[in-house]
Write a protein that binds this ligand. Structure first.
Ligand SMILES: *Cc1c(COP(=O)(O)O)cnc(C)c1O
Length: 450
């Protein structure tokens, strides 16, 4: 353990960590980042194959974004956003509305993903109060959903690992069995099915619609659940039924937005527009904590009235509309447009697919392989025939993570799911290194743990 690591552990409580684990593997102190590489204080380099928790799009220390950030910092670092505005916020919102699913018309600011989810939940609830549907107070979410860590976001989450401890504190939410394509109870295939699994959602909506204000969902991919992917038909059916019963559809695009799935936003795979949409993570290409909530006109209109009617949305964050974040987000959208990023993603995701298929799929323990755009994942199982999972106590993901670090790749598996979600600037050669390293580490793990 070096001096910095000792000091780190003296003072810092790291996110999503059992701090005792760091006795054996202390936090790696990173000195600099460039492109897909991170370099630690001892000079070791790591390819960032998880985009630093799904946020980085164009590499670390990107020249264009650095410049945008620097220019903004020397002009205006921050200003109160109630009663005031600034050019970059205006430009950002104009740009994002242009590329968002049609029907998204107004933009609110949060300062991280979870706060965007809180805003979305509050908006939906207040919307129904103000249009006179006072019984509509509940949310529906699907199993294994992940929407963040604050109380409201946890309430609509379905990953027990994160939420079960806090159950007594959480808002009562209706949980519905969501798609589970690898272990599909209907024996269908996600590419060809008609989202037969929608029936549990349909039942929940039909039985409870008078009390439901919104359904919240991660479109196409349930990230934290282990990159669980499902059919766009599920979203089509959901949108239709929500409309029928005056239920708001909240699309949480925080992980999947900004090209990750091959489209700008994942909703496009299903050709739907939600009523409320949350974005963060890639919004600032991995630079700044910022989030946006996009809404349809009907939501906005229900809040627009004379002050005395008390219909305003009285929600704020100190850093709402932060100019540094806005400048970076504007540059991010410009890069998408000017450098044809969606074409790049299309090509690179095809290569990633080829590479995974030719390198990993013959491993005895690879039960499922799924990919959409630049997110590829394999699920390791004890038994391919029965799809029996490895016990979580084995901590396979964590052990493979440790092996890969020694070989210079930052993979951070989710349970028994190893996924690749690299920045879009990754080269073919670097994709090869990442996927080959994953293979070596999986083989090494299983040869040591027979
Ligand atoms: C990461 C994530 C969040 C929470 O965002 P934070 O910025 O970590 O609070 C919410 N929803 C989804 C789908 C996410 O992946």
């Amino acid at each position: 353990m070096n001096e910095l690591q000792k000091k780190d552990l003296e003072y810092i409580w790291h996110p999503c960590s059992q701090m005792k684990d760091y006795e054996k593997l202390p936090p790696i102190v990173i000195k600099n980042g460039k492109g897909v590489y991170l370099e630690d204080v001892d000079g070791n380099k790591y390819i960032d194959a998880v985009s630093s928790w799904w946020v980085n799009l164009f590499g670390h220390s990107n020249d264009r974004i650095n410049k945008a950030l620097y220019n903004q910092a020397s002009t205006l670092e921050h200003v109160i956003f109630a009663g005031f505005s600034h050019e970059k916020a205006i430009e950002l919102c104009e740009r994002i509305i242009k590329v968002a699913p049609k029907g998204m018309k107004k933009v609110l600011f949060g300062d991280n993903g979870s706060s965007a989810v809180e805003i979305a939940l509050k908006l939906s609830f207040q919307y129904h109060m103000q249009v006179g549907k006072k019984k509509k107070t509940k949310f529906i979410a699907i199993s294994d959903a992940y929407h963040g860590e604050t109380m409201g976001a946890l309430s609509v989450g379905g990953v027990d690992l994160f939420s079960s401890m806090y159950k007594p504190l959480l808002i009562e939410t209706i949980k519905v069995n969501g798609p589970d394509c690898y272990r599909c109870p209907y024996n269908k295939n996600r590419e060809t099915c008609n989202a037969e699994c929608f029936e549990s959602m349909e039942k929940a909506i039909k039985e409870n619609h008078e009390e439901i204000t919104a359904v919240i969902i991660e479109p196409m991919i349930q990230g934290a659940a282990g990159m669980k992917m499902y059919s766009p038909n599920y979203l089509k059916k959901l949108k239709k039924l929500c409309d029928e019963y005056d239920i708001n559809l909240i699309a949480d695009e925080i992980a999947v937005g900004f090209g990750r799935t091959g489209k700008m936003f994942a909703c496009e795979h299903a050709g739907i527009s939600p009523d409320i949409m949350t974005v963060s993570k890639g919004l600032t290409a991995g630079y700044m904590p910022m989030s946006l909530v996009l809404t349809a006109d009907k939501i906005y209109d229900a809040f627009y009235d004379d002050y005395e009617t008390m219909k305003a949305f009285l929600h704020s964050h100190s850093y709402s509309g932060n100019p540094l974040g806005c400048a970076v987000a504007v540059e991010t959208l410009k890069i998408f447009e000017e450098e044809n990023i969606l074409d790049t993603i299309d090509k690179k995701s095809k290569y990633l697919k080829e590479k995974i298929e030719s390198t990993l799929l013959d491993i005895e323990y690879v039960g499922d392989y799924r990919q959409l755009g630049m997110i590829g994942a394999i699920e390791l199982v004890k038994n391919k025939e029965t799809k029996e999972a490895f016990p979580w106590q084995d901590r396979i993901g964590y052990k493979i993570y440790q092996l890969a670090l020694k070989k210079g790749v930052l993979l951070r598996p989710l349970g028994n799911v190893i996924y690749f979600m690299p920045p879009y600037i990754i080269t073919k050669e670097e994709i090869d290194i990442v996927v080959d390293t994953a293979r070596e580490c999986i083989e090494e793990y299983f040869s040591n743990n027979k």
